[in-house]
Design a protein around this ligand. Structure first.
Ligand SMILES: [Zn+2]
Length: 409
């Protein structure tokens, strides 16, 4: 039966012979000058196209997900990869604009709230040595902290990545990654994880599922599974070393909850978007195997159980066969976001198969717009559109350093 949502993958799979990939990368995973040049050319072409398209983008959307902070984050990344001063200038221009239009509901997250513009601005100002403005952004970012760690009942704040506590926690993680040390003390991150654990235990009791899953989370009355709104994203952060104070609760609460997600797996190796939804349709970062894989790989790293790696490798097979989406080339639900699953597998295993697969998805992305995919609502944005595709192509230039933006630690 033909998949309604993905194109048939036209590429031959890795044949197991390292010689067959020598036009792409060497045995250390270093890209050949020829393939790196192709990527760089495609990046330049797509950037011109994106800049032109952004002239008609919503001037009031400040967010990382669809707005100006996302474009600033792309340029910050390009500056990191290519070292071009003009990219840093662009990041400065776009992030300055993003700071002028806070979200209407004053959301607190990196991707869909005001923490994104503040965190990206703090880093951009730091890089251009405007220390006072950087500090100002950091202190405004930390002013949000108290409302994030407060009790779930009164504040009504969810726990997931796009609108909830983990989306604020990511902003703090981003600051510490970019500054290269614990600019923000780990206690801030631990306090957020504490609030998330308390919330998850309360919800597990409410749903009477403590025996299967000591933690549970819902967003808008659904128990989402993927990293954008759900369990796999929350557990991914709770399993980061040091994020939960003391290992005991990681073993007692997080691990059995991860196993509960594992039991939701379809026979195909894919995962449902929500608990109770048994349609095996979506293969996106936001819903399905390409997003669950990060939780599985982190569980493998932390608990050392081979089964988690087996299931992550199965996610890779699902993405290879069903990941060239008709929805397009973006990060959240597109080919570029799906390709990061291969990079995650490559970073852990160093198996050339996964890097080869990422290169083939990049080839697909470099033929942007030629496959008859749908056009997303925000066609040039970081999470739905062209900026995300460019971000991925630039990340592929340094595969071992790659990180799914606004998510991977
Ligand atoms: Zn999505």
């Amino acid at each position: 039966k033909m998949d309604q949502r993905a194109w048939k993958n036209p590429y031959a799979d890795y044949d197991g012979n390292p010689a067959s990939v020598q036009e792409l990368f060497d045995s250390q995973g270093k890209l050949t000058a020829e393939f790196a040049g192709r990527l760089s050319n495609a990046i330049s072409q797509l950037l011109m196209h994106m800049e032109n398209g952004l002239k008609s983008a919503d001037p009031r959307d400040c967010t990382g997900y669809t707005g100006w902070a996302g474009i600033a984050l792309l340029y910050l990344h390009l500056h990191g990869v290519f070292g071009e001063p003009s990219f840093l200038q662009k990041a400065l221009d776009y992030v300055g604009h993003s700071l002028t239009c806070p979200t209407r509901r004053r959301d607190v997250t990196f991707l869909c709230g005001d923490a994104g513009p503040l965190a990206v601005a703090a880093v951009v100002y730091h890089r251009v040595q405007r220390a006072q403005e950087s500090d100002e952004c950091l202190s405004r970012l930390l002013q949000l902290h108290q409302s994030v760690v407060m009790g779930s009942g009164a504040s009504g704040l969810p726990d997931e990545l796009l609108y909830g506590r983990m989306g604020y926690l990511y902003a703090l993680t981003f600051i510490n990654q970019q500054f290269g040390h614990d600019k923000i003390p780990i206690q801030y991150i631990q306090q957020i994880c504490e609030a998330v654990l308390i919330s998850g235990e309360a919800q597990s009791q409410r749903f009477r599922c403590q025996d299967q899953s000591p933690l549970m989370y819902e967003w808008y009355q659904e128990q989402y599974v993927g990293p954008a709104h759900g369990l796999a994203g929350i557990y991914y952060f709770l399993m980061q070393p040091g994020y939960v104070a003391g290992d005991e609760r990681v073993h007692r609460l997080v691990r059995p909850s991860v196993d509960h997600v594992c039991r939701l797996r379809f026979p195909t190796g894919n995962y449902p978007p929500c608990i109770g939804d048994n349609r095996d349709l979506l293969v996106h970062w936001c819903h399905g195997a390409p997003g669950i894989i990060y939780m599985l790989l982190q569980a493998y790293k932390v608990f050392g159980v081979g089964q988690y790696l087996e299931e992550a490798l199965q996610c890779g097979e699902v993405v290879w066969h069903r990941g060239l989406l008709k929805k397009g080339y973006g990060l959240c639900h597109g080919a570029a976001g799906n390709a990061y699953a291969f990079l995650a597998l490559y970073k852990l295993t160093h198996d050339p198969k996964h890097l080869y697969r990422a290169c083939m998805f990049a080839d697909w992305c470099m033929n942007y717009g030629k496959h008859g995919c749908r056009t997303p609502d925000t066609p040039f944005s970081l999470f739905e559109g062209m900026a995300g595709t460019i971000y991925f192509l630039a990340d592929l230039l340094q595969p071992l350093k790659s990180k799914f933006p606004a998510f991977e630690v």
